[in-house]
Each structure stands twice: as structure tokens, then as C-alpha cells.
Design a protein. Structure first.
Length: 320
């Protein structure tokens, strides 16, 4: 099988980047989303353990080496230091140092709203001008081509998600939802069709979440919440179930701009909106998808124990 990481398919719009400075081992550290992407070199390196379970997938040589060290029980950070003695040794007194990755090092654009590490250890950086894959040495950029219907839907990326199979889902600003198969190097687009109620509700995707059952949830700007349903036998096409605000229905989604989606440890889905507060989706006791009731939590100026603001951008559950 052709390795899509090193031998792109004909017509593939990926743009290879020049090596980032001197060659070095897999980058340890904490990757921050900011105007500049930085690597905190005094932290430990992490490679997803699920990579060892996907040996049949084409792996970059650097990732294969990293996983070999991991499976042998050798800390990857130690192997990296052995290859590069100039790296500072980890200690309580070590000075924190940041290595910068920006346009000068090959990143396609310097605004990075989201970052993800895939099953093989590659880092993915989403920008306002393309999707970037980083292998610790160089970038490969996947850019939007308006003449390519099978390419990335838009270069302005606002959300990214990795499903259990390792497939990447990319939410874009105006280009809908894109699915990227790393084995084939191909994108599949899902866009809004005003004549099809089973299509994506909006081409402006703000948030993505995969629940414990492997279902993908999509938060949109103006189109509410969508649930992706697998293709029914014989149809060959996935469908989207829409959850939207219905005027006069207090059990519908409070507002149609969904900025955050979170599933708690009990499997309850929580949905944060731009101006409608927080919503809890009760998926029990109903068989009609799209009609499940929401419970709203909103700001009330007369209630000091209510939500402080109706603009909910992130949701998190603590250990207690």
C-alpha cells in the first residue's frame, strides 16, 4: 500500500515544508495554542498508546522509532536525550525553554485555535489558512483549493476531532465539515443543503465532540447542534439529525450557536451556546432522535445562584 505520509496521491494539494532547524528527535513538551505555537522542551514526551495497536497503518519512520522505544519500556524522553546530548536534562531546577514553531518554521499561518495528536504521534495544528501536520522535523500543509471538490472544505479551521478509528474530522468556517482518511490522504466534505433536512445544518462549524458510543456531535454557528448518523444499509450516505431552537418550546435548544459540547461521566451531553446559556440533553426515554428534551441553565439577574453569563465557551467536569 502506498504510504500517504511520504507519497501523496496525484493531485494531492499538500505542501511539504522545509525541515525545522536542525534535526531533532520527537519534540517533547507542552504545545500551546496561541499566535505562536511553542514547545516546552523540559516536559515529557507523549505518544498515544493506541498507535501500537494500528501497526497495519502506514507509519512515519520517526513515529515507528518512538513507538519502538515505548513498547520496549524505555522512556521516550531518555532516548531523545541520548540522541541529542544538548537537550537539557529534566530536573526540578531546569530552566523552562520554549521552541517556537511559526511561519518561519513552516507553519502555514500563525493563528492556531486548536491542536490534536493522532494515533501515530503526529501533531496537527489548525490555522486560519490550512491544516498542518508536524512530525517533529517539518510541516506538511493541507490547504483549501476551491477547484478541488475532494479537498479540504475551507482553510479557516475552527475545530478538530479524532474518532476511535483514527480518522480526523475538521470543522471549518464556511466550508462545512471535512473527514480526512490518513491512509488514503483523501478528504470527504459534508456541507449544508437547504433542500435536504438531513444535511449539515450550517457550513460554519464551531465545535466537535465524539461521545462514548462513537457518535460525532457538531456544534454550528446559527444551525444549532447536529448528530452524525452512519449511512443506512443501501443508502451509502451519512445523515445529520438536527437539534435546534424552536420558538415557544422551552425544551428545545436554547440558542442555535453552539460553541462547546461535553459529555459527563454519566453520559449526559452538555451544550454551551453563544447567548442562550448551558443546555443539558436528556437522551433517555425517547426513541425519536432530534426530539429529545433539553434542560436550560441561564443567567438570571435576580438569582445570584444562576449561571453568571449566557456565553458558554468551554465545559469541564472535575474529579468530584
Amino acid at each position: 500500500m502506498r504510504d500517504p505520509f511520504t507519497h501523496p496521491a496525484p493531485g494531492d494539494r499538500r505542501r511539504p515544508r522545509q525541515p525545522v532547524g536542525r534535526k531533532r528527535g520527537w519534540p517533547p513538551g507542552l504545545l500551546l495554542s496561541a499566535l505562536l505555537v511553542c514547545i516546552l522542551t523540559s516536559c515529557s514526551t507523549h505518544v498515544s498508546s493506541s498507535g501500537t495497536e494500528r501497526a497495519s497503518a502506514p507509519l512515519h519512520a520517526d513515529v515507528t522509532e518512538a513507538l519502538a522505544h515505548k513498547s520496549a519500556g524505555q522512556p521516550l524522553t531518555e532516548s531523545v536525550r541520548a540522541q541529542d546530548p544538548s537537550r537539557p536534562q529534566k530536573s526540578q531546577d531546569s530552566v523552562v525553554r520554549f521552541d517556537r514553531l511559526s511561519i518561519e518554521q513552516g507553519l502555514s499561518q500563525s493563528a492556531v485555535p486548536c491542536i490534536l495528536q493522532d494515533n501515530w504521534g503526529f501533531m496537527w495544528f489548525c490555522t486560519q489558512d490550512g491544516l498542518n501536520r508536524y512530525d517533529g522535523y517539518e510541516f506538511v500543509a493541507y490547504e483549501h483549493d476551491p477547484d478541488d471538490p475532494d479537498g479540504l472544505g475551507s482553510g479557516f479551521i475552527q475545530a478538530i476531532h479524532k474518532d476511535p478509528s483514527g480518522t480526523l474530522w475538521i470543522g471549518t468556517n464556511g466550508g462545512g465539515l471535512s473527514r480526512f482518511d490518513q491512509r488514503s490522504g483523501q478528504f470527504t466534505r459534508f456541507v449544508h443543503d437547504p433542500d435536504d433536512p438531513g444535511s449539515l445544518s450550517s457550513d460554519f462549524v464551531l465545535s466537535l465532540h465524539g461521545d462514548r458510543d462513537g457518535v460525532l456531535w457538531i456544534g454550528t454557528d446559527g444551525g444549532g447542534l447536529c448528530r452524525l448518523e452512519p449511512a443506512a444499509p443501501g443508502t451509502g450516505a451519512e445523515r445529520f439529525v438536527r437539534y435546534q431552537n424552536r420558538a415557544g418550546d422551552s425544551h428545545s435548544l436554547s440558542e442555535n450557536t453552539v460553541q462547546s459540547i461535553f459529555e459527563d461521566r454519566d453520559g449526559v451531553l452538555w451544550v454551551g451556546t453563544n447567548a442562550g446559556g448551558l443546555n443539558r440533553l436528556d437522551r433517555r426515554g425517547t426513541t425519536t432522535m432530534g426530539s429529545e428534551p433539553f434542560v436550560r441553565y441561564q443567567h438570571d439577574a435576580d438569582d445570584p445562584n444562576s449561571l453568571s453569563n449566557n456565553d458558554v465557551r468551554s465545559i469541564y467536569q472535575d474529579k468530584e
